[in-house]
Design a protein around this ligand. Structure first.
Ligand SMILES: Cc1cc2nc3c(=O)[nH]c(=O)nc-3n(C[C@H](O)[C@H](O)[C@H](O)COP(=O)(O)OP(=O)(O)OC[C@H]3O[C@@H](n4cnc5c(N)ncnc54)[C@H](O)[C@@H]3O)c2cc1C
Length: 402
């Protein structure tokens, strides 16, 4: 997919994950004059209709609308997306429980479970049709140079690409963030997330379930039924030692432990596909921009997956950055100018910080095992479950439709 002719762009985006590829797509579609070089180091794993991708994301309605605006949603539905209609969240250490239902807020669903491979495949197919985007993949970067007038990306093969603006969408371990010494606030959660696809005895009935345990939450995310199979994607966050132990179990033992951990809410777990353990780290860049360089998605912020908000925050970044770059272009302002990038930072940082703080609060609240806190927590959940107005407002906010 390399276009060797064009070497000079308005914008270079590094990283064609869900965030970088959607940024390329939205920017190119909303401004046909803008030229974009999208650089990716690895060929993505293609969508496999026979098997679910172990990496999925719960996509909010707000994010779905963005994907629809990019003309992608129908293509994603044609491949495979799994709507969920309700959510059931409960505390393993007591009787606290909260249930949400799409019908109480007059919606047809609460969100969609989307395989990362479906999203990236559809984004890259769309990008291939956009004449103002060149996709450079697989390509390794040797160095970055920034001066007053522009930015230069030197490739390992000796090639050079230049632009007015460098967008870092290169994920949580962003090499660009490190190269330009962006300061971060970060800490290790001491958790690993085990992700895989499981088959259960009973149907999930399109309900997303989450059980909070002292050593971490277990999410059972409903996948669309394939034949008679009832399948879920799981995200089981556990302290590192427990996660290592779970990863070492054979499939039969793992299914049994998972059945117990899920309180048999879907009956027995009868099958499990390959498991992956992902270390979890909270990280937030103090600044998202310097002159000509801006951070986007996980490169700017990565959070615990317990409420499935990471890529949704990334999509919100994409929307605001596109908005600010288009605003600058209509005013004849250089897109790499720090004043433009700071506007993006000002609009996104409060939302990202608030979501990160809420996730941290949840994690600590459910990790506490002192009796008074447990009692209050359970009482709080049960009380909230009776308050339909507050519950409806909460779920609308989480869906991004308030
Ligand atoms: C277990 C788990 C469950 C999650 N569940 C949810 C969920 O339900 N909902 C939700 O909203 N979010 C969820 N998230 C978060 C979500 O996965 C991330 O927020 C999202 O993947 C970030 O996308 P990104 O494009 O910013 O980064 P990435 O997905 O990491 O993509 C970065 C891309 O950059 C490329 N790259 C890196 N370095 C270079 C380089 N030097 N040169 C070229 N290319 C490079 C990489 O190859 C990659 O393709 C979850 C995360 C985890 C770990």
């Amino acid at each position: 997919m390399v276009n060797p002719t064009r070497r000079s762009y308005d914008v270079i985006i590094v990283g064609a994950g869900m965030v970088g590829a959607s940024a390329a797509c939205l920017l190119a579609q909303t401004n046909r004059e803008l030229t974009i070089g999208l650089i990716e180091a690895r060929l993505s794993t293609p969508f496999n209709p026979q098997q679910f991708d172990p990496r999925v994301a719960a996509i909010t309605e707000k994010s779905r609308l963005l994907l629809e605006r990019c003309g992608l949603w129908q293509a994603m539905v044609d491949k495979r997306v799994s709507p969920y209609l309700a959510m059931d969240v409960w505390d393993a250490e007591g009787t606290g429980r909260i249930e949400f239902d799409c019908h109480t807020i007059h919606q047809s669903n609460l969100g969609h479970i989307v395989e990362n491979a479906v999203l990236v495949d559809c984004l890259l197919a769309e990008i291939e049709m956009l004449p103002n985007v060149d996709f450079h993949c697989p390509v390794n970067i040797a160095n970055y140079l920034v001066d007053e007038d522009g930015v230069m990306v030197e490739l390992v093969d000796g090639g050079r690409l230049d632009a007015q603006l460098l967008v870092a969408a290169d994920g949580a371990n962003s090499a660009i963030r490190q190269h330009f010494k962006f300061a971060t606030k970060e800490w290790d959660y001491g958790h690993q997330a085990i992700v895989t696809t499981i088959t259960t005895e009973r149907s999930h009935q399109q309900i997303a379930r989450q059980r909070f345990m002292p050593k971490g939450p277990l999410a059972l995310l409903p996948l669309s039924d394939q034949g008679n199979l009832h399948q879920c994607s799981i995200v089981w966050s556990q302290e590192t030692e427990e996660a290592d132990e779970l990863m070492a179990l054979d499939d039969r033992q793992f299914c049994q432990r998972l059945s117990e951990a899920s309180e048999y809410c879907l009956g027995q777990v009868v099958d499990v596909e390959q498991r992956y353990a992902i270390p979890l780290r909270q990280r937030h860049a103090i600044d998202y921009a310097i002159h000509r360089v801006v951070l986007l998605g996980d490169a700017a912020h990565s959070i615990h997956p317990l409420a499935g908000q990471g890529v949704n925050l990334g999509f919100a970044d994409v929307e605001v950055l596109a908005d600010e770059l288009n605003r600058a272009l209509t005013r004849g302002i250089d897109v790499g100018d720090l004043s433009v990038l700071r506007r993006y930072q000002r609009r996104r940082k409060p939302d990202n910080l608030a979501t990160m703080a809420a996730m941290e609060g949840f994690k600590r609240l459910f990790a506490a095992d002192q009796l008074p806190i447990r009692l209050l927590r359970n009482l709080g959940m049960s009380t909230l479950n009776q308050q339909s107005a507050i519950k409806n407002a909460m779920i609308k906010r989480a869906m991004g439709i308030d």
